[in-house]
Structure formats: C-alpha cells, structure tokens
Design a protein around this ligand. Sequence first.
Ligand code: GLN
Length: 285
Amino acid sequence: MTLSRLYRLGKEQLSTLPGGEDNSPMEAAFLFEKALGLDWRERFRRGQEPAPEEGAAAFLALIRRRLAGEPLQYLLGEWEFYGLPFQVGPGVLIPRPETELLVDRVLELCRGLSSPVLLDLCSGSGCIPIALGKALPSASLWGVELSPHALEYFRQNLARNGVPNVTAVAGDIFALPEEVTGRRYDIITANPPYIPRGELPGLQAEVGWEPPLALDGGEDGLDFYRRLPGLCAPLLKPGGWLLLEIGEGQGEAVAGLLAGAAFDRVQVVTDLSGLERCVWGQRKD
Ligand code: GLN
C-alpha cells in the first residue's frame, strides 16, 4: 500500500467518528506524522512510495484507538497551549484553548508589576502557570496539584518548557502547605473542576477518558467556587486579583460568590464563542 493510500484509509475510518464536526483530515494527519514521522508536506511529496510495514501497523493501531474514543491528544502524548508544548496522557486534563483567555487577562493585569507573585490552584498539566511563567520571566509562580498522576505531567512540562520561575507543589488546595500560605500573591488563578456531577456521563466520549477529579464539580458544579473566594482572599495582597475559569451558565452564581467574599469589580467574561468562561474580581483593601 502507498503512503497516500494508507493516509486516506485512516482518514476515511476517522470520518465515522460521532460528533458535529468532521476533523478526520486533521486528526489523520497528526496520527500519520506520529506513526510514520512524515508531516503533511512529506506525505504529499512521497505519497506514491510504499508505506513501511511497521509504520503502517502503528498508524492503523492509533486509528483503532481513536475510533474507540481515546482523545487525539492522549494518543499524540503532547498538545499545544499558549504556543507551548505540553505532555498529556491518561490522568491529566487536556489543556483547552478557552483557558488561554484567563492567561491573557493575567498578562494584562501584570503589565504594571515589576516582579509579580502568582499562584495557580488545581494546576493539572501546569498549562496556566507555565504559560504565565514563560511570558513573565521576572514573576515567581507556584502551582498546586492534588493528583500524583497530573503532578507528574506538570513536572515534565516544567522541564520541557524550561521555566525555573515556576514551582509545582503537591497538595490539596483545601489544606494548603506552608510553602504556599507563607506569602501573599498579586494574582491567584484556578481552573477547578466545574462540571455538574449528573452531566458527566453525557459528555463527549473523549471527556470520559479524562480524570473525573479534574471535572467533577459536585451536584451543581459549583462546589469549588463556594470555597475558593474565602480561601484565596487572605492569600492575596490588598488589591490582588482572583481569576477563575467557569463552565456554561455559571457566571452569575460565581460572580455572586466572589462579591459575597470581599471581592470588588467582579466581572463575568465570555470567550470567543460567546460562552461565559471566566469570572474575576479584585480583593477589597
Ligand atoms: N473545560 C472542561 C470541559 O468542558 C472542564 C474543565 C473543568 O472542569 N475545569 O470539558
């Protein structure tokens, strides 16, 4: 079989995946490159050459796993966030492009600060603190993660991206170690689990492969938002900011929780698709 025929075979199989959009050409191209080491240009140029047996078998095995619902990002083992590479795999939430909104806002808030001190809670892969640490070399950042699996990815991502100003801390955000509580922060960020528990089984099949610990926000999805403002207010410097990613329809409730816990200038912000995506507020002096 030629390289071109092999690619088309994989693409045709992927086009049967359920879901609104047909991403089969893009997904097949990614998996083809992963298995055979040929990017799309090389694939065009060498399309009529016979496919090496081992590479073809590896490609078709990846296609089978993808058809069984495994996320593309886990199969690739890495994914991009804020222009940086992140190792991902079972046990860690895949960084989502929507989360870049929160990073953008933090960078705006940091413009006037010479050496900001930042904390990220529920860090997962570390995508938020690493993106911030890379963009703000003079900042000091800490990221807290409970899951040992996710923390392992966080540490690999620190090494991969070379961000000496970011520290990964193992721990429960509701029992923060002294290493974290021993200083005051300019900004605290979090993308906590926020899916209402009852909605978890109905989500896209791919999300079922991700760790429930990163998704399950309790009965109404708001469990973490009930506790985060009270937890973060005393850790912030006066005038410091708390920025939280939220799920669809949670803006009003989360804004109310921030306003009720000594936060001012509370704002619900929508992402590029017009969905409520972040809530932020400033600690009152
Ligand atoms: N953005 C994720 C999703 O919609 C949820 C992440 C989270 O709970 N923080 O699948």
